[in-house]
Each structure stands twice: as C-alpha cells, then as structure tokens.
Design a binder for this molecule. Structure first.
Ligand code: NAI
Length: 479
C-alpha cells in the first residue's frame, strides 16, 4: 500500500514508460475516448465498484481509466499468468496524475509470470475490497465469476471438495485458496455474490461457462455476453488474432513462416484469423474442424481440411484455436517433426496435453527463454512449445492491438453502464447488447478510419424494412 492504494506489480518505476504507451494507445482507441466524451458530465458509473479480471495490458489500461472517467472505483487483476505488461500495470497504479512516490491510480494485482498460487491470490485480492464489496465484475474467461460462485457454493455446503488424480493443477490451487478462505470466513463469497449487480464477460470460453451456470439455474446475478457483440467476436477474435498470432510466433521463435506447413485446429472466429495470418506470411495452411459448416468454410477459403493425425507428418507449426480441451495430445506431440512449433491461442492451456507431455517417459525440458521451451523426446526429436500452452499471443507478444480492442472494450463499457444502472430490469440470465449499440461502436471506428457510410433514403429503408437510422439487420443475421 502506498498513498492508500493497495497494489502488487513487478516494478512501479516502469510507470513512465507505461504512461507513454497508454497515451499513444488512447489515440488508437477512438471508441473508448468517445465514451469518455459522451459521459463526461454524467458519471453513469458513480457508485460502481468494479472488480476486473482481464489481461493487464496497455489497452486494458485505457479501459480501466475509461471506467474511472465514468465515475467507477476499480480493482484489477490479469486473467492469465503470462499476459500482464508490467509497465502498463505500473502506470495504472500510479494513474495519470500521480507519481511513483504518490500513486493516485487504481489497485492492480498483476505481473508477468505469476505462479498459479500467485494468480489466484491476485484474483482474490482484486475481489476483496475494504468495507463494502464489489458491485460489478468485468471478466475475461470467467475465473472471477467462478471464484464467487464456487466460494458461495462451498460456504453453503460447508465442504470444499478434495482434489483427486483427475483434478488439474490449476483447480487444485483454486480449491486450496477456497479451503483457506472458507476456514477463515464462512460467508465472504456469499456476501460478495449478493452485492454483485452483474458481470460483463469478454470471451467465448467465459460466455460458455455463464450459459452453463444459467442453464443449471445457478447464476447468482445477471450477465452480459460482450463476446457475441458483432463488433467484438467478428473483429477482436478474428482481426485481432490475425495480427497477434504471428507476432507471438515471431517474437517467440523468429522462424520464417513462409513456405512452412501450418495446422490450425478450429475454424471459428479465432481460427479464421489465425489461418489468414499464417497464409499472409506464405505458409500452406491445413485446418482441422469437428463442425462440417466451419470445415466447409475453410475449404471454400482455400485451406486443406484434414484430421490432425493426417496433417501432423507435414506440420511445421501447430496452433489450437478451439476453446476445447485435449485437442493436441502427447501422442500427437511425440509424432511431430523435429523442432516443430506448438502453440495455443484459445483461452485455457488444456487445449494442449501439457500434463501428459511433462509425464512422458524420458522427456526433457530445455528452457530457451521466458515463455519458450524446447521439449526433447527420448529419440532426440524436439518440439518448441510457446507460453507453456497458454494463449501465446499474450504470453509471447502483447496481445491484440489497440484499435481492435477499442471495439471490444467499448462494448464492455456500454455493458457495465447498462447492468450497473438498470440491474433491476435484468433476470439472472445471460443477455446480449442491442444491435443498435453494436452499430454505434462500428460507426465510431469506421469514422476514425475515414470510411464513408452510405445513407439509406426513406424509400430504400421502407423497401428493405429497416429504419433509416438502423438497426440494419435482423437478430438472426450472421455477418
Ligand atoms: P468459436 O466457437 O467461434 O470457434 C471454435 C471452433 O473450434 C469451432 O468452430 C469448433 O467447431 C471448433 N472445434 C471444437 N473442438 C474442436 C476439435 N477438437 N478439433 C477441431 N476443431 C474443434 O470460438 P472462438 O470465438 O473462435 O474462440 C476460440 C477460443 O479462443 C476460445 O477459448 C476463446 O475464449 C479464445 N479467444 C482467445 C483470444 C486471444 O486473444 N487469444 C481472443 C478471442 C477469443
């Protein structure tokens, strides 16, 4: 704690560098800056206490400071052990008007390279406020939401489950934290859960968890699915990945991508961006899919569609983008070409069988540099694994660039304002933002790029049965 601000970051002295990059990012984030202008005198988030769990990057710093500009109090942690940019974390703590001696910003608990214990400690600190608890959660992947839900569940039953051999390392650490917490305070998470007006969720994987909770009737508060705003998933998941996937591979390995064979597992929004990004560098791309529609899309886009087993003998690079588990098993890894590169860009590391790899008889791990490991099989073949199987665009590089995140985060801010101010109108279900707001976010960013939008005449609007001012498409339209 310094100047009344609690924080745990790598190096507060990095704040000046962080502030310079935040300043440059602000210009590239016209959506967030427009929201600051729109709400300059209104402070719609006055009284909001936002606990945020989302990659602590430069772009996220602009999001945090937008929430503050709209009147919120904020505490933050990263949603991944490798994704924090330490200078951004420091700058957010210091704040635009503070100094390292007298920080005036926001409590942040995040640094690059946390252990799992540290990760869950940070998440817990981010949700633990002095006095009254948080009343809003901003989540990416659903870990903060899970902590509040599982904490409430275990406090109610009085039992925290004992891990067995099937429990992942990550979940073991999570259960340990909750065991200590429930022993110390029997209704900490119950109280926090009761105080929350709603959660706004950033990504596909977190949204899936929310729909599962809602279907089971277990959701403790309403949720807005930010991911499925068109200006989020059809932009960040696709064009963001198109930029940051090869950035991660290049910074991690510097291997020439042109001429190589790259396998992309999954051809959803992220997979489409990943395949395009690798093809753009001159790789021959092979796609694996389980859904015939996405598989056919890949074929029509000119990619070969194969099973992983049949693609592996040729593959120089294998990237998972599925949000599913066990996509590349250790048996697959053992059959990869010498020095093939393996990475995941989906939300959790269980897409790759990292546990199986570590247990493989006779395997040896050679750390090349942070977030790059060479795994040596007993026959001498090696594979290069990026970010220990965690999302490599944030582990090996700096994630998506500002302009695309401005789209995603504008939706986040709009969703926070909506749920904070109108929570009584929402049931404990998962909602999406109205299309009109999606179109508004797109318009701001189109304007910033100098795009010229054609205006409908009244007659044309009547002919296609829409309003001159939009929304321009029916709900079922897929873009
Ligand atoms: P999506 O649902 O659009 O695409 C996933 C695709 O994987 C689907 O088409 C599905 O049929 C396919 N799939 C599922 N299991 C498979 C298997 N065993 N083999 C081959 N294909 C399989 O989801 P989206 O939006 O593309 O997100 C994917 C993941 O990426 C999620 O975990 C999401 O949270 C994460 N994400 C990561 C970002 C990053 O910056 N690294 C940014 C945005 C999303």
């Amino acid at each position: 704690t310094r100047n009344g601000i609690e924080f745990a970051v790598a190096d507060l002295e990095a704040a000046e560098f962080g502030r310079k990059e935040i300043r440059l990012a602000e210009h590239e984030m016209p959506g967030l800056m427009a929201l600051r202008r729109e709400y300059a005198e209104v402070y719609p988030l006055r009284g909001a206490r936002v606990s945020g769990s989302l990659h602590m990057t430069v772009q996220t710093a602009v999001l945090i400071e937008t929430l503050v500009a709209l009147g919120a109090e904020v505490r933050w942690a990263s949603c991944n052990i490798f994704s924090t940019q330490d200078h951004a974390a420091a700058a957010v703590v210091v704040g635009p008007h503070g100094t390292t001696e007298e920080p005036k910003g926001v409590p942040v608990f995040a640094w690059k390279g946390e252990s799992l214990e540290e990760y869950w400690w940070c998440t817990e600190r981010m949700l633990t406020w002095d006095g009254e608890g948080p009343n809003m959660i901003l989540d990416d992947g659903g870990d903060a939401t899970m902590l509040v839900h599982k904490g409430t569940e275990y406090e109610k039953s009085g039992v925290v489950p004992t891990p067995d051999e099937n429990t992942s390392d990550e979940f073991k650490v999570f259960l340990e934290l909750l065991r200590d917490s429930v022993a110390a305070d029997k209704d900490k998470w119950t109280k926090i859960g009761q105080g929350i007006r709603g959660v706004t969720e950033e990504t596909t994987t977190g949204v899936l968890r929310l729909y599962q909770l809602a279907a089971a009737g277990e959701l403790l508060f309403p949720a807005i699915n930010v991911n499925d705003a068109v200006t989020k998933s059809k932009f960040d998941n696709r064009y963001g990945i198109r930029h940051s996937l090869i950035d991660g591979i290049n910074r991690g390995t510097d291997v020439l991508i042109g001429g190589k064979v790259a396998v992309v597992c999954g051809y959803g929004d992220v997979g489409k961006g990943a395949a395009e990004s690798l093809r753009g560098q001159g790789a021959r791309v092979i796609v694996t899919e389980i859904d015939p529609i996405c598989a056919l899309q890949a074929a029509m886009d000119g990619y070969q569609v194969r099973t992983l087993e049949n693609a592996l003998p040729e593959a120089d690079i294998v990237i998972t983008t599925t949000g599913n588990k066990d996509v590349v098993l250790v048996e697959h890894m053992a059959k990869m070409k010498h020095q093939a590169i393996l990475g995941n860009i989906g939300h959790f590391d269980n897409e790759l069988d990292m546990a199986g790899l570590a247990r493989y008889p006779g395997i040896r791990r050679v750390n090349i540099k942070p977030q790059v490991d060479e795994w040596v099989f007993p026959n001498g073949n090696t594979i290069i694994v990026l970010s220990e199987g965690r999302l490599l665009n944030l582990g090996n590089a700096t994630g998506h660039p500002s302009f695309v995140m401005s789209n995603s985060f504008s939706n986040q801010v709009i969703a926070q304002v909506e749920l904070f101010t109108k929570y009584e109108e929402y049931d404990k279900e998962v909602f999406r933002l109205p299309k009109k707001l999606d179109e508004k976010v797109a318009k701001i960013h189109l304007d910033a790029l100098g795009g010229e939008l054609t205006k409908l005449t009244k007659e044309q609007a009547e002919y296609i049965d829409v309003d001159v001012e939009g929304p321009f498409k029916p709900e079922h339209y897929r873009y």
